[in-house]
Design a protein around this ligand. Structure first.
Ligand SMILES: *[C@@H]1O[C@H](CO)[C@@H](O)[C@H](O)[C@H]1NC(C)=O
Ligand SMILES: *[C@@H]1O[C@H](CO)[C@@H](O)[C@H](O)[C@H]1NC(C)=O
Ligand SMILES: CC(=O)N[C@H]1CO[C@H](CO)[C@@H](O)[C@@H]1O
Length: 496
């Protein structure tokens, strides 16, 4: 009986399991194919949108970019911390700057778990040198040209622009720059080094697991905080006659131990430079990770009023907005925000900054001071880059062209940069944006479906156009650092 009872099972068992496997395949295969098809269509449609606009390769657009630069030493963050024997902090904690090992452990843990980008000044030279020494022989480490200005310059030169770059570099650094980049600034012996601690999604450090790929950066600059190249840059600017002026790298001043009044002098000189450029050229300011409240206030006073365009990520947007609304710095925000949330924050930043501009104008007309410097400029372009999507607000009738193609290019550049390859491989990409998104968190707001054949959604509101493009998120991360700079620069190139 027993044998007889088992026989049918043994006979049909393999057939049953084969059937189960086939059934599973039948259920899964079409869905995967659908997903792959969807990705392929989004990719080809984004590429088509990007190539709608060409760049004049005879009269190359001219872009002047400041300030500073460094050599990036890129390592796997967790491997480095293990090598130096830093045990995971019990308590993640935010620090404005880093003075010792314990603070490093707490600060790293704070940003590592949510997977939020962060950059901190290291006040302790000894500790910084120790970290750099430990990184030098860490397997898989890489050296690269770094700093916002050189990365944006590199991307713009690659995309067909002639660039004037303000920064003080060592001579071997100058040698690796593109032939389309002219440097304004002194040659220095010892370039500043930035230590980039990258980590993939799901990386583990003790009981912490990273929710997304990102990096934690420490630096201990000697040259960059002083905007040492500014005078040279200002001088060359006159004859260079750029079509666009880009400012970035000012976060190197954050928490730097300046003498009293020093930073103020530097930034007010920068304000003069931005407002005195003879022709009314576009000015773009690339935000970054700032935590010192007083420098943010200075930016609001000296830099942002002179910018026509701002670029930033999902951490920097809420930080700026909170300050504009009179609240404190926000050190950490949701690293994967929804489209509606980001668009609402962008609308508010756009509205508040333009309100400030018209208030300043009204005031200066009233008291008869017709001082052009005091007026600043309205904000006509705002680009926010996030992991899942790119979003832009551009004023109708402003100087910025081709917003749809620029948003597509920014999105493609995100994948190209993070995967480290110019050709996008759909098998290393993933769409994480939802099938449709709401244009605002306000009740009853319109939902826009993500159409594979027209992935960039653009529409008009008030006096501006909004474009949103999904990012084909890279799943095999080569590098996240410098992503924002490459993306912002790529978006600007098509809009000059
Ligand atoms: C700086 O770092 C070194 C090496 O880790 C450490 O010995 C020293 O105590 C630190 N200094 C301060 C002021 O924390
Ligand atoms: C804002 O910062 C001040 C000064 O650091 C602090 O006293 C205050 O508690 C903070 N407020 C909030 C809401 O975090
Ligand atoms: C993917 C990509 O091209 N990334 C670039 C970002 O910018 C730096 C500096 O120009 C380049 O070295 C990277 O190749």
């Amino acid at each position: 009986m027993e044998a007889g009872g088992r026989a049918p099972w043994m006979k049909y068992g393999p057939v049953v399991s084969l059937f189960v496997v086939l059934l599973a395949l039948w259920f899964r295969a079409p869905q995967n194919t659908v997903l792959d098809d969807r990705l392929d269509t989004v990719l080809s449609s984004l590429l088509r949108a990007e190539s709608k606009v060409g760049i004049d390769d005879i009269a190359r657009p001219k872009v002047a970019i400041g300030f500073g630069g460094c050599v990036d030493l890129i390592v796997d963050g967790v491997s480095l911390l293990k090598k130096i024997g830093l045990t995971p902090a019990d308590q993640p904690l935010h620090h404005d700057y880093i003075e010792n090992m314990n603070q490093l452990a707490q600060s790293f843990a704070y940003f590592f778990a949510p997977g939020a980008a962060a950059e901190r000044f290291m006040l302790n030279d000894t500790l910084f040198s120790e970290l750099v020494e430990a990184s030098r022989d860490l397997p898989g480490n890489r050296w690269a040209v770094g700093g916002n200005a050189p990365v944006m310059a590199g991307r713009m030169a690659k995309e067909g622009c002639d660039v004037l770059l303000g920064g003080s570099f060592s001579s071997d650094f100058n040698d690796v720059l593109s032939q389309h980049i002219t440097v304004a600034g002194a040659v220095v012996e010892e370039p500043d080094i930035h230590l980039i601690m990258e980590y993939p999604s799901g990386a583990q450090w003790g009981h912490y697991t990273s929710r997304r790929a990102n990096r934690y950066i420490v630096h201990s600059d000697d040259h960059n905080p002083y905007l040492a190249s500014m005078e040279d840059f200002a001088e060359k600017l006159e004859s260079f006659q750029p079509d666009l002026l880009v400012v970035g790298g000012l976060q190197m001043m954050d928490n730097f131990p300046f003498q009293s009044g020093e930073r103020d002098t530097l930034l007010s000189r920068l304000a003069d430079l931005l407002s005195s450029s003879s022709a009314p050229i576009g000015v773009h300011f690339e935000m970054a990770s700032f935590v010192e409240e007083s420098i943010m206030e200075d930016l609001l006073h000296y830099v942002i009023p002179h910018a026509d365009s701002l670029g930033m990520n999902e951490q920097e947007l809420p930080n700026l907005l909170s300050l504009l609304k009179g609240s404190n710095i926000t050190v950490l925000s949701d690293p994967n925000p929804r489209v509606a949330t980001v668009l609402d924050q962008m609308r508010e930043v756009y509205r508040i900054l333009n309100q400030r501009y018209s208030d300043a104008n009204a005031a200066s007309t009233e008291d008869g001071t017709n001082d052009a410097k005091a007026k600043g400029k309205p904000l006509t372009r705002l680009h926010v880059h996030t992991l899942a999507f790119q979003a832009m607000i551009v004023t109708r009738g402003s100087q910025w062209k081709n917003t749809m193609s620029a948003t597509a290019k920014a999105s493609l550049t995100a994948n190209r940069h993070v995967c480290g390859s110019n050709d996008i491989d759909p098998s290393k990409a993933r769409l994480i944006m939802d099938d449709s998104f709401s244009v605002s968190r306000q009740e009853g707001s319109q939902r826009i479906p993500l159409k594979e054949t027209r992935p960039v959604s653009c529409w008009e509101e008030e006096d501006y156009e909004i474009c949103v493009a999904p990012v084909l998120v890279c799943t095999e991360v080569f590098q996240t650092a410098g992503g924002g700079d490459n993306i912002s620069a790529a978006g600007l190139v098509l809009q000059i």
